[in-house]
Design a binder for this molecule. Sequence first.
Ligand code: ATP
Length: 280
Amino acid sequence: MIRISGMDFGYGKNHLFRGLNLNLKPGNIYGLLGKNGAGKTTLLQIMSGLLFPEAGEVLLLGREPAKRSPSLLAEIFFLAEDFHVNALTGEAYELLYAPFYERFDHHQFLSYLEEFDIPGNRKLTTFSYGQRKKFLLSFGLACNTSILFLDEPTNGLDIPSKNQFRRVLASAVDETKTIIISTHQVRDMGHLIDPIVIVDSGSIILNRTIAEIGRSLLMRYVRALPSDPVPIYSDQALGGYIVVEENKSGEEGSVDIEVFFNAVMTARERVEAALQRRAG
Ligand SMILES: Nc1ncnc2c1ncn2[C@@H]1O[C@H](COP(=O)(O)OP(=O)(O)OP(=O)(O)O)[C@@H](O)[C@H]1O
């Protein structure tokens, strides 16, 4: 569905990606993680044809997004973190933009708006940031594109809306769709994003399912730090520590994505070695 090979990209003389490879398959909601400035937004913009790679190949559905063919763009919806809305009512917005997406479903759109408690007949410019975001999310999901890019979708959403977001997205994914969510708010994404993709230092350093991570690594709370073997990663918690160790039981443990991300950032080689041994 999405295949990137040997891709280079930089802003002016500042190289950001060097020989980046990535393969994403339909039927998944990928979580794209990385530190500030790692290039998550840039990567989404390249995949959606808004920025052009300098070298290598970027293919979506077997076609290059950089060519901006209308039929391919109609298969992509990108909800940017910083977006602009026009002074249109929701109804006028739908009339104007829905025709670009051949599988747009009006009834689905209304049901998402209802789920998020967003009125369709008010001008979008009168909405708060969170309401605008929920409107665009509803529209994007109702477009039923093969590919959906969401950049920090839960930023600005209130607590009930984050729940609604998870519910709506889980119901929207099917085996024909590839959804990629770039986020720092991994706690908002519990049980939603899988696999996890991490971008760092100009390349993709990890692309693993939650099951592979859970089979390879054990994340647990301990009162005292074990010394033999020394945990792969540890972090102080109330009255003890959260530790990440190699999972030797073979049984799949639960995965805390935030703890896992920190473990990858601080002890990448040991994490990789455990993943190689236990998940292949
Ligand atoms: N228009 C631009 N011109 C020059 N440099 C840019 C531009 N946009 C982004 N950059 C740089 O490219 C790098 C990657 O930025 P990007 O926004 O893709 O990262 P990110 O992983 O999404 O970061 P964050 O988590 O902070 O949102 C950063 O060093 C940033 O300063």
